[in-house]
Design a protein around this ligand. Structure first.
Ligand SMILES: Nc1ncnc2c1ncn2[C@@H]1O[C@H](COP(=O)(O)OP(=O)(O)OP(=O)(O)O)[C@@H](O)[C@H]1O
Length: 249
């Protein structure tokens, strides 16, 4: 489903990703964790083919990140914290206009909107303009728009940031329910409790390098810690200590 081999990304002289190798299978929620500036958004943008890697290779749903960008875009849905919506349109109009981009027919679109209304409790958001949305209402429509075409890979990048506890709960429940054959959800966050709740496996990225990839109990066991947050601190600390030693030699 997702197969990355030594992916690198340089912005000028700055190395944002330093050889990322990982695989993820369908029917799982895969967590991408890391402190600010770790390279999470860079990696997710490469998966969505919004950025080209500088080196290495990778496939999404068997499609090549470099050669098959257009096909990958049809197979991917993206949600990030900063997405905008056209202020003058209602939720239903926004979803219908997106359906047009994906060439979904009218009957399919209406059935899908009804299904997402039920799953995401879109309610009033469908019939009032986006300019009148609260941030939780906005995020629901952003998510509905991202999954309207039933993408094989759903990428959520800090999707819960800025949401109140109700909207956050409904997002996490939606992610929990997203596991299905042929579907992979990649959930990026720096909030460890969210990852602990919804992710089956996690990768911890720091300074563009993967410090670990595994099921959460394996990560806890390997670090001897009780919580993912403690395991995260320990892995980052140990890495920085080794890097400090390496710099000092
Ligand atoms: N267009 C760019 N040009 C130069 N440097 C960039 C660019 N985009 C990102 N970077 C740098 O690459 C590094 C990784 O950024 P990225 O946004 O991928 O991290 P992140 O893990 O998503 O961080 P955050 O949690 O703060 O969003 C950062 O040091 C950032 O400053």
């Amino acid at each position: 489903m997702l197969d990355l081999n030594g992916l690198t990304k340089e912005y000028g002289a700055f190395r944002a990703l330093r050889g990322v190798t990982l695989t993820a299978t369908d029917a799982e929620v895969f967590g991408l964790l890391g402190p600010n500036g770790a390279g999470k958004t860079t990696l997710l943008r490469i998966l969505a083919t919004l950025l080209q890697p500088t080196g290495g290779s990778g496939t999404v749903c068997g499609l090549d990140l470099r050669r098959d960008a257009e096909a990958i875009r049809r197979a991917v849905g993206v949600v990030n914290g900063g997405m905008g919506l056209p202020a003058r349109l209602t939720g239903r109009e926004i979803l219908r206009s997106f359906a047009g981009l994906y060439s979904l027919n009218r009957a399919h679109t209406e059935a899908r909107i009804a299904e997402l209304d039920e799953r995401l409790e879109l309610g009033r958001t469908l019939d009032i303009r986006a300019s009148e949305y609260s941030s939780g209402m906005k995020q629901k429509v952003v998510i509905a728009r991202a999954v309207l075409h039933d993408p094989a890979l759903l990428i959520l990048d800090e999707a819960a940031s800025g949401l109140d506890i109700f909207a956050r709960r409904s997002l996490l429940d939606f992610v929990q329910a997203s596991r299905a054959p042929g579907r992979l959800t990649v959930y990026s966050t720096h909030v460890m409790s969210e990852a602990e709740e919804v992710c089956d496996r996690v990768a911890i990225l720091h300074h563009g390098q993967l410090l670990t990839v595994g099921r959460i109990p394996e990560v806890l066991h390997a670090t001897g810690e009780r919580t993912l947050e403690r395991a995260f601190f320990e892995l980052v600390r140990a890495h920085d200590q080794r890097a400090g030693v390496a710099h000092a030699v």
